[in-house]
Design a protein around this ligand. Structure first.
Ligand SMILES: [Mn+2]
Length: 309
């Protein structure tokens, strides 16, 4: 097995929505043993601790309908800077924090991909597409907007300048089951590969992912994984503020992670939306770490032990 170098970045960002608790995410992952898991698989791991944004103006009078806009912008700037730096010589794991952080992580890693002349791809595992613009968002919660930002949609003038927008055709979304009308129209307009649970029920999760991974390999691309807790069914993953019934099963999620490991394409990872305040005795934190372990090379068997297969 190839040993890799991972850098863990704690991002206690909790301003992408009004429900509080994601700020405890990084410490919950540490408590559940994320560092020990990664080193136990034979990898090198460096936990650089939690990061925080530079100073920002709290006053948000110009956009009162957007929740904590200035704080979100300050976070995106900081996360993007750190992402650009860390990805130079390791695989960053952005430990959230809510999904607003991906505006920073993805914009940072895609700027690096552009610099080394590789196409950036994103696998978005989520119940929601998070493809709202600042204008289309009715909730005003910015954790519903990162995909629109990092794909270069209009209306993010107040945000940090985007160095390398990710083309919408380079994104695969899996697990969708809560999409509002504005997002439905936008996904269709941009021909986004957005796979909902109905598709997964009928045809399985393997086929679209395999096709996506083969394509990334063909064009020598870089792959960012963004794993939202609410991709999973809330029965197995209750520790999130945006539960939607009917999500991916534990086995479906592990299959995705094992396929990601087999592809050897992962360059950066977000673990987002864990809310330990809503979790049940660490169940969700442990599940997220088990899934990460599969993506990093943990296997049930190294080889088949049965002569009948
Ligand atoms: Mn999300």
């Amino acid at each position: 097995m190839d040993n890799k170098k991972y850098t863990i970045i704690g991002i206690p960002l909790d301003c992408g929505k009004t429900t509080k608790g994601c700020l405890m995410g990084p410490d919950a992952y540490r408590t559940a043993g994320i560092v020990e898991m990664i080193s136990g698989l034979g990898h090198y791991v460096d936990d650089i601790g939690n990061i925080f944004p530079d100073e920002f103006e709290e006053n948000n009078d110009k956009h009162p309908n957007l929740f904590k806009l200035n704080e979100n912008i300050a976070w995106v700037r900081k996360i993007s800077q750190i992402a650009k730096d860390v990805i130079k010589n390791s695989i960053p794991i952005f430990m959230g924090g809510d999904h607003a952080l991906s505006a920073g992580s993805v914009s940072g890693v895609s700027a690096f991909a552009k610099k080394i002349k590789k196409p950036q791809f994103v696998l978005w595992l989520d119940a929601h597409p998070d493809f709202h613009t600042l204008q289309s968002s009715t909730s005003g919660n910015l954790h519903g907007t990162p995909v629109a930002y990092f794909t270069g949609q209009k209306g993010f003038k107040t945000f940090p300048n985007l160095e390398a927008p990710v083309p919408t055709k380079n994104i695969l979304m899996l697990g969708l089951r809560s999409v509002d009308d504005a997002e439905k129209n936008a996904l269709q307009e941009f021909s986004m590969s957005a796979i909902d649970m109905r598709y997964i029920d009928e045809f399985g999760i393997k086929k679209p992912l395999k096709k996506f991974l083969n394509h990334i390999k063909d064009v020598n691309g870089m792959l960012h994984l963004s794993l939202d807790v609410d991709f999973l069914d809330p029965i197995s993953a209750p520790g999130v503020g945006t539960t939607v019934p009917g999500g991916a099963t534990i086995r479906e999620a592990h299959l995705v992670m094992e396929m990601l490991h087999d592809s050897d394409l992962l360059c950066s990872i977000d673990l987002v939306e864990l809310n330990p305040f809503l979790d049940k005795k660490g169940q969700t934190a442990h599940l997220m770490i088990d899934l990460l372990a599969s993506a990093l090379g943990r296997k049930i068997f190294d080889k088949s032990t049965c002569s009948y297969v």
